[in-house]
Design a protein around this ligand. Sequence first.
Ligand SMILES: *Cc1c(COP(=O)(O)O)cnc(C)c1O
Length: 428
Amino acid sequence: MDMQNSKNAFYEAKKVIPGGVDSPVRAFKSVGGTPIFIKKGHGAYLRDIDGNDYVDFVQSWGPLIFGHCDKDIQKAVIKSAKKGLSFGAPTKIETKLAKKICDLFDGIDKIRFVSSGTEAVMSAIRLARGYTRRDDIVKFEGCYHGHSDSLLVQAGSGAVTFGTPSSPGVPADFTKHTLLAKYNDIQSVKECFVNSKDIACVIIEPIAGNMGLIPADIEFLEELKKVCEENGALLIFDEVMSGFRASLKGATGLVGVKPDLITFGKVIGGGMPVGAFGGLGEVMDQLSPDGPVYQAGTLSGNPVAMHAGYASLKKITKNEEIYEEFEEKATTLMQGFQKEAKKAGITLQINVRGSMFGFFFNENEVKNFDDALKSDTKMFAKFHEGMLTRGFYFACSQFETGFISTKISDKMIEKSIKAASKVFKEIA
Ligand SMILES: *Cc1c(COP(=O)(O)O)cnc(C)c1O
């Protein structure tokens, strides 16, 4: 497969863009090689600038639930763009999209739109702090909530649960209010509440998708809700990835635990830059202009983006059965991979939730970040390259999630498994 044009384009990009990319994972650092540059998408496929087609299991990291160039979403975007790109004043489509989400989630009375997942989470946390008048927050190792300062934390040295910055440029003072707990481990959460009486909220990906795919145990989430209630802290589900992906009602719809606030992104914009956070009216009303908690955005609720999101969600709610189809396809793919890997003497751990799938090159069950880190990332890198050169585009890191779109057919799943079978034999 010729990728020379992509190689040249990457070389040129690196001269003027740090690392050649606008978001680090795209640079292929963890799998080696160089990224393919995209010319266009069509249905289930990506086409690179060398003219190669790939079955796309990344889907722009989640948003494109109907694949590339979905006609209905395209139509809505073009129609809206013709009337103007942005007004910085209210439009009715914002209310329409808000109503749709409030109707879907019984825990959401009100919702506000922003332009990215990072912004949604950052704002939800400020709101939780403003509402509870407390400063500390709890997050889980391995969960990703965007790149705002207080969330870029890693476990500190020693036994303390307070996080230290995971990036230069983040003052330790900004992360000293972030406590770290272990995913699927309620004891570690209880310890946070022993260490601090000032916890405003606990934020979690109820289906973690940023350390590979690791769903939280339902009993764990039930306990989590209880611990939050007992301590007067809010529970925030970060559904930027799992929202409208794991099920029509996201992870919240699957686990039966009701959080106080939910954050969205990715699918909610149908491919345009949209994020949102919503929840109990009493909490949401603390936001300015009605309440004292400040939050704003010049392009928030952008009409073109809102129309893309609305077209996408309208189509989803009209075709609820897609989630069953997703789960069937994702399960077939993952079980196929696991079986073929086993034949080559490789053990894969697999997970599926709706249209989300994940696989770890790991001998043991993966329940948290520490377990995930024990995966064989070198073998993953070889697998990734083997699949890429055969025309299958998977996320370029062991610690990401894969996605099925409605455009991915049974035949494509079958071909992917066949290709994977060959790759497993090569890399074993
Ligand atoms: C992608 C993601 C974010 C960040 O969203 P951006 O739009 O990239 O800022 C936050 N939380 C979760 C769970 C995500 O998957």
